[in-house]
Ligand binder design. Structure first.
Ligand code: MN
Length: 129
């Protein structure tokens, strides 16, 4: 891990408050620090500012989509290798391939089990004590 990243910080870009609350509650029992953004533009800005250790990216977002936000994030050298989990509200055929082409490391379709999400997070960003 590069010393410039906030290794234990997770950025969640999601416009839906209920979904944000689910992830907030999920991560309360962990040592991860959660930061949030509510639209695609703010998500890119917060990623650049905070250099999180992992990004959770909703796809359907105001202003710019999660797909476009991931493309912009991948252009930032310090964020080129940051794990990004793309989360989509409806699994369309080919969505996972599109998300990976836009820069996603992994892909999760809603509804997902919060424990599956936590396992994926821990795999991509091992939790610190
Ligand atoms: Mn959304």
């Amino acid at each position: 891990m590069s010393g410039i990243t906030s290794d234990n910080t997770i950025l969640y870009v999601e416009d839906n408050e209920l979904n944000r609350k689910i992830v907030r509650d999920l991560l309360k029992r962990t040592t991860y620090t959660l930061i949030e953004a509510f639209d695609g533009e703010a998500g890119v800005a917060k990623a650049v500012e905070a250099k999180p250790g992992l990004i959770l990216m909703d796809i359907q977002l105001p202003k710019i989509s999660g797909m476009e936000a991931m493309r912009q994030i991948r252009l930032v050298p310090e964020l080129a290798a940051t794990p990004i989990v793309a989360i989509t509200s409806f699994a369309l055929s080919g969505d996972d391939q599109k998300a990976k082409a836009a820069g996603a490391t992994a892909y999760l379709a809603k509804p997902y089990s919060p424990l599956d999400l936590l396992a994926l997070i821990r795999k991509l960003l091992p939790e610190k004590d």
